[in-house]
Design a binder for this molecule. Structure first.
Ligand code: FE
Ligand code: FE
Ligand code: MG
Length: 166
């Protein structure tokens, strides 16, 4: 464990590790929700939506990687079993049981909005006490804000296209 690296953290490290593990659970669920959504989604603009969902899946996995690296740096144990994803998640998991594009987009927009709120509160908690974690969370939340915007823009295009057809 990086002892000096850990010693500069001026907050409760165990509490921080728990929050980072909760975020890690969210990222794996977000990854799978995007990945499986890209497989089953149906309807207009399907190809554009699949491209975005697949890209976001990859980016959620990168977030999981960033979180695990920090958890280990802080001497913590990353969650080791998928059963913990559902126990520890902040944002839950929405199965794409209705594969229609608009429904899948809505589910993922909801997920991104929850992620943005979760990371925003993590930034508030770490800003003073752990600037290294703060910097990692800032990088992640920057992607989540972009994800929300990408999905909302796709939904707007979908609405416009459907309106023109009427
Ligand atoms: Fe993410
Ligand atoms: Fe995201
Ligand atoms: Mg994107």
């Amino acid at each position: 464990m990086a002892e000096i690296g850990r010693s500069i953290v001026k907050m409760d490290v165990d509490e921080l590790l728990n929050l980072l593990n909760k975020a890690l659970a969210d990222e794996w669920l977000a990854y799978y929700q995007y990945w499986i959504g890209a497989k089953v989604v149906k309807g207009p603009m399907k190809d554009a939506v699949i491209g975005e969902l697949d890209l976001h899946a990859t980016e959620e996995l990168t977030h999981a990687q960033l979180l695990v690296t920090r958890i280990i740096q802080l001497g913590g144990t990353p969650i080791l079993t998928p059963a913990e994803w559902l126990n520890m998640t902040n944002c839950g998991y929405d199965a794409p049981t209705d594969p229609y594009v608009e429904e899948v987009l809505n589910q993922n927009i909801k997920g991104e909005q929850c992620a943005i709120r979760t990371y925003s509160s993590l930034m508030d908690i770490t800003r003073e006490g752990d600037p290294v974690t703060y910097d990692i969370i800032l990088r992640i939340i920057t992607d989540e804000v972009e994800h929300e915007e990408d999905l909302v823009a796709l939904k707007e295009d979908l609405d416009l296209m459907l309106a023109r057809r009427r």
